[in-house]
Design a protein around this ligand. Structure first.
Ligand code: K2U
Ligand code: ZN
Length: 167
């Protein structure tokens, strides 16, 4: 399967909410495979299905050093969050933009894995940031939405200029 196309901010499709996956079947596993290939090639640390124009609650993440530990979260639910941390974030849908965002320091999530099994995961530091970032994507929320209006305006103009250049 060729790499999936990643939607670019401020594409309105990035602001849609993803629907729960009714059953983790082969089509969902094929989507995960294609998303993972697209994420590794970008390269990125995570990718949400919304970013590839698929409104399913599916996230792939690989925050490992050797890029060999793929984490798949299907229908993720945030169970607990604690503390705060500030981390410089980027987004494959907003290339070249890195800004500090406040996130919960520690989280616990419940999700389904590739076999449809339910699991719980406690995360902190970068993994917690990435999971919150990707779960926002499933809600149709972008990390730039946490920034000032002025910064959002400047980033929007920069992305539209980038789009005109590549057209
Ligand atoms: O959602 C995405 O576009 C993937 C992000 C995930 C991410 C967001 C914030 C912090 C870490 C990961 C991309 O991986 S953006 C590239 C990146 C990688 C590491 C750190 C910052 C940005
Ligand atoms: Zn993102």
């Amino acid at each position: 399967m060729p790499y999936l196309t990643i939607l670019r901010y401020p594409d309105p499709r990035l602001y849609r909410k993803a629907a729960p996956v009714p059953s983790v079947d082969d089509s969902v596993r094929a989507l995960v495979r294609d998303m993972a290939e697209t994420m590794y090639a970008a390269p990125g640390v995570g990718l949400a299905a919304t970013q590839v124009d698929v409104l399913k609650q599916v996230i792939v993440i690989d925050a490992s050093e050797r890029r060999d530990r793929l984490l798949t979260l299907i229908n993720p639910v945030l169970l607990e969050k604690e503390g705060t941390q500030y981390c410089e974030e980027g987004c494959l849908s907003v290339p070249g933009v890195y800004e500090r965002v406040e996130r919960a320091a520690r989280i616990k999530v419940r999700a389904l894995g590739l076999s449809g099994e339910s699991f719980e995961l406690a995360a902190e530091e970068m993994l917690a940031v990435c999971i919150q970032h990707e779960m926002d994507h499933l809600e149709g929320k972008m990390f730039v939405d946490y920034l000032s209006r002025l910064k959002q305006t400047r980033i929007r103009a920069r992305m539209q200029k980038l789009l005109r250049k590549s057209a």
